[in-house]
Design a protein around this ligand. Structure first.
Ligand code: M6R
Length: 602
């Protein structure tokens, strides 16, 4: 949520910062701004995204600066509230929330504040200490000792040129290392064009970045060791290629992404090997309960896996929204529970807070994460599984969902084998998983017919997504995608729940997407829901492995691979449906209103 980009080196800073902000726009696009420091400090800001920013106003000779793209938290998306914020000698960009900003206002002349943001208050507090200390690093240290909350920060001062002071607590900061130049960003995607050598800041670290040096300190200003890491993504992964938008590209990348998730892990001999989870044989023997925690699509992926993991492992699997778990007392026995944290970005604030809460309770913690080097990936105690799905840029998550479900299935197959259970269980999972990339590639060929179908469905504004068994979580994911990208009112229910209330909403203007499973018993049960909706005049789009469903109004046929993975194939159809409807509505598909890719604030 919100993006930071900074540069210091020998090149014109404005272009590098502007391009970085474009890469980061998926994190927030309410307002944007850049401040550069050359002969003088120059700041430009605007409401909206980077296309509204006139960088011609900035001196190209300035070789250092900071920029920000904002997702509004404190204060409306106005120009005054846009970052960078300047107060006195200090100019900064900030991700996160300063919780005690009202209290901090007592230290400063708050009449001079120009915005309603907590970030400007922090700039004023740093300025307060800067006046006393005449040292930007010390002033930052004192201010951060006073601040409560979360921050990723890049700070410059017109009175201390030639350096950018960077700090982090709970909000990620990565520093890219170039030749006599450094790139500062909240997300590695902003710097991939320039370098793959990076440093991830830890919480409560301060970095002092100059064109030719980088020093790292803790909050007491004791020097820290600088550890470099190498990114394996390429800049090509950041472009749309032949696709119209990132959503379409990422939907189509699923066969490759899945193959990458499985590479070296799932073998054609039916074995599944995972090097990431750090669980001893004794830990596995003690395991009595699995807890899966995430938000949004990550939660939905966990919910799907719950149905399959309970079958595979014979253990209870609970799925919790991270925003609930972090404040809820769940009676989980630390000795016998494993908590798995699901996150594409690895930076979702609620998921990180839940991870900390689980660790505090002594529960074993594992991550299923896409972004290598992210907070969750680094802070889980018992390792995990990287998705290797590639960069996901569209705000709506698609390929991460498929890869998360597959990673959890791999985990199920791996653990059941280590529990000494019948190898046939693992072999069945491996077989189904290995067929999945090709089957999804074939499903993607339905795109044209789904586009034609979408045209007929444009008049429906209220939607139900219904399923049973593991198709219920697929329905949840279908409803989430349609609401967030197409701005249609969509809700998911287990199809058996319809007659307990939701069916009251059904009329001739109402569309239900009914997911019918292969399994005969559940198929027949779900079919009766179809009849009940039709009897009330509702319209129904069925998705099933049968060539047609006579009673429905619209129909899509999907392939049957196996009970563990079929839902992923249904889900691809629902992704294509959302894409087609949103395109026909002419919406901003990759950047739906009010949203951001990575929700790094509570
Ligand atoms: O990065 P994460 O997987 O932790 O993100 C979780 C949710 O914010 C995310 O899935 C969100 O719901 C997407 N917009 C769904 O498409």
């Amino acid at each position: 949520m919100c993006g930071i980009m900074g540069y210091i080196g020998g090149k014109p800073a404005k272009y590098i910062i502007y391009n970085g902000l474009q890469r980061l726009e998926y994190r927030g696009y309410d307002s944007v701004g850049i401040a550069t420091l050359g002969k003088q400090l120059q700041t430009i800001k605007t409401v909206g995204d980077t296309s509204k920013l006139n960088i011609d106003l900035i001196d190209p000779k300035a070789t250092m600066g900071i920029g920000h793209t904002r997702w509004a938290t404190h204060g409306k998306p106005t120009e005054a509230n846009a970052h960078p914020h300047s107060f006195g000698a200090i100019t900064l960009v900030h991700n996160g929330i300063i919780e005690n900003y009202e209290e901090l206002k007592t230290m400063i002349d708050s009449k001079k504040l120009k915005s309603q943001t907590d970030s400007e208050v922090l700039a004023a507090v740093i300025d307060y200490y800067f006046k006393k200390e005449a040292d930007l690093v010390k002033a930052t240290k004192y201010a951060l000792q006073d601040a409560k909350g979360t921050f990723g920060l890049a700070i410059i001062s017109k009175d201390a040129p030639g350096q950018i002071v960077v700090a982090r607590r709970g909000s990620p900061i990565v520093i890219g290392v170039g030749n006599q130049q450094y790139f500062i960003a909240s997300d590695q995607t902003a710097i991939l064009d320039h370098t793959n050598k990076v440093i991830y800041l830890e919480d409560d670290q301060i970095a002092v970045v100059k064109a030719d040096s980088l020093e790292l300190y803790d909050l007491k200003l004791l020097a820290q060791k600088v550890a470099f890491e190498t990114l394996d993504e390429s800049p090509e992964s950041l472009t749309k290629g032949v696709y119209r938008n990132f959503l379409e590209k990422e939907i189509h990348e699923q066969p490759t992404a899945l193959a990458n998730t499985m590479r070296g892990r799932v073998s054609s001999d039916g074995s599944i090997t995972l090097g990431g989870p750090n669980l001893s044989q004794a830990d596995i023997a003690k395991l009595k309960q699995i807890l899966i925690i995430g938000c949004g699509t990550a939660y939905n992926a966990g919910y799907y896996a719950k149905y399959e993991l309970e079958k595979i492992l014979g253990l209870p699997v609970s799925v919790e929204y991270a925003s609930e778990f972090r404040y809820r007392f769940g009676a989980y026995d630390p000795e016998t529970t494993l908590a798995i944290f699901m996150s594409q970005s690895g930076e979702t604030a609620d998921t990180i807070a839940s991870l900390n809460e689980a660790k505090r309770r002594g529960i074993k913690t594992m991550g299923i994460v896409n972004v290598v080097g992210s907070t969750i990936a680094r802070e889980v105690a018992n390792g995990g599984i990287f998705l290797h799905a590639g960069v996901e840029s569209s705000v709506a998550s698609t390929k991460a969902y498929s890869c998360m479900v597959s990673a959890l299935l791999m985990f199920g197959g791996f653990i059941t084998y280590r529990q000494g259970k019948d190898a046939a269980i693992t072999q069945k999972i491996a077989k189904e998983l290995l067929e999945l990339p090709d089957e999804i590639a074939l499903t993607l060929e339905l795109q044209d017919s789904i586009k034609k179908l979408a045209q007929k469905l444009l008049g429906y504004h209220d939607w139900f997504f219904l399923g049973r068994g593991s198709l219920y979580p697929v329905a949840m994911e279908g409803a989430l995608k349609l609401s967030e990208v197409s701005y249609l009112h969509a809700q998911a229910f287990p199809s058996g729940e319809m007659k307990h209330g939701p069916i009251a909403l059904v009329n001739s203007q109402h569309m239900s997407v009914l997911l019918l499973p292969e399994d005969n018993l559940l198929y027949n049960k779900t079919l009766s829901t179809l009849e009940e909706i039709k009897a009330r005049g509702g319209k129904v789009l069925t998705v099933s492995t049968r060539p047609k469903e006579p009673a429905s109004d619209f129909h899509l046929t999907v392939a049957h691979v196996g009970d563990h993975v079929d839902g992923l194939i249904y889900n691809v159809c629902l992704q294509l449906l959302t894409l087609a409807i949103s395109e026909k509505k002419g919406l901003n598909i990759d950047r739906p209103r009010n949203l951001a890719k990575s929700v790094t604030v509570e």
